[in-house]
Every structure is written in C-alpha cells, then in structure tokens.
Design a protein around this ligand. Sequence first.
Ligand code: CA
Length: 236
Amino acid sequence: MKNSILIVEDEKALRETLEYNLTNEGYEVETSADGLEAFQKAHTGNYNLILLDIMLPGMDGFEICRKIRAEKNTPILMLTARDDEIDRIVGLEVGADDYMSKPFSMRELLARVKAMLRRVRLMQEETAPVAVEEPSKEVLVFGNLVIDSIRREVRINHQDLELKPKEFELLHYLAINRGRALSRDKILEDVWGWDYTGESRTVDVHMRWLRQKIEMDPSQPKRLITVRGAGYRFEG
Ligand code: CA
C-alpha cells in the first residue's frame, strides 16, 4: 500500500513543489494551506507522515503538532524558517519527530521522508512478538540505569522514563558501543540511516533531550559525554 503524506504549507510555490516531488516518488499526497483545515485533516485522516510548516493562517504549526501528538503518533517533520523556531521545537518539546530548516534541498527532504517512513516500518516489525533466545543480553544495566530493549523501556532508579522512539534507539546504540567515541556522522548513519552528512545538529538536539532525561545534572553529563572534535561517548 502506498504511504500517504499530508503537506501543510501556505507558500503556494513550495507546497506545489513538495506535492510534485513526493507524488513523483510514489506517495499519495494531500495538501493544506490553512492551519485549522490541516488539523482537521490530520485529526480525521490516517497519514503515514505529516510535513508541517510553522507560520500558517488559522492555527500555527506548533499548536497543530501538539494537538496531533495528544491523539496519535503520526511522524511529523516540521519545516522551519527561523532559528528561534528551531529553539522552540527543541526547547518546548512540541512533539515533532524531526525538522528541516528552509531553504532545504528537495533531495535531502526526500531522503529524510524515506528514512522516517522506513524507521516506522522497522519499529512496527520489531514490536511484533519474536522469540528471544538469550533475554539477559537484551537488558543492559549500568548502575541505576537499565536499558531494556525487549520492552523498549529505560529505567533510572526503578522509575520508567518516557523516551521517544528515536531517543531510545540513540541511547541503546550508544550503550552497546560504550566507551567508544562515535562521530555525529557515524551516529546519523547508524541510528537514522542517513547516508549523507551535514545535519549533525539533529544528533546534538537528541543528545540534549536524552541528557535532560537520564543525567542528574544535564550540564555536567556523567554518561553521555561530549568528545571534543570527535562526537559522543557513552560511559557505563
Ligand atoms: Ca508559512
């Protein structure tokens, strides 16, 4: 079945370019230029992914994102025009899965969309019940931190943490590579499946979110260590 994508963008030229390119890639595409209408569509429809502009008539992208998130997990890729919008996506946790800064290359956007859809599919496959032969190896314990990849749960001091899927994957990836310095590009490739460089800020953003959740003092991380000039390292 074709993946369906909702494009929410009030700039006509960009909306049409997105619609043309995504349709060409074989996606089923719907568009909206108005925030209220877009929310209604997202609310009643069943899309595999939503491309969401922020400055929109009717209702802005932040509010749409929060409202959608309150009711469903549809992946949301936000299209931002300004740095302070990125800060809000990052700081306020509106619930977007990813963002792209305008102007972006169409090739990069298509690669990102593809990677997001693939990740959702893999996760759905992973959540199907499978026989685990050696369950003990699937639970990583580092002092008070427990990473349980069977249940996809993370606990600190026996308290469950609410991690987004990508945060869990990133933490799990770093943990199984503990002690090794990993570059942002390597992390992007292995965790996000992107085979191109230049979006290392995505890694930094997720690292910041993770630190807020698992570090006692996120400004003095003890587990998620920045390796100057190299990337990141997990200390167990
Ligand atoms: Ca706009």
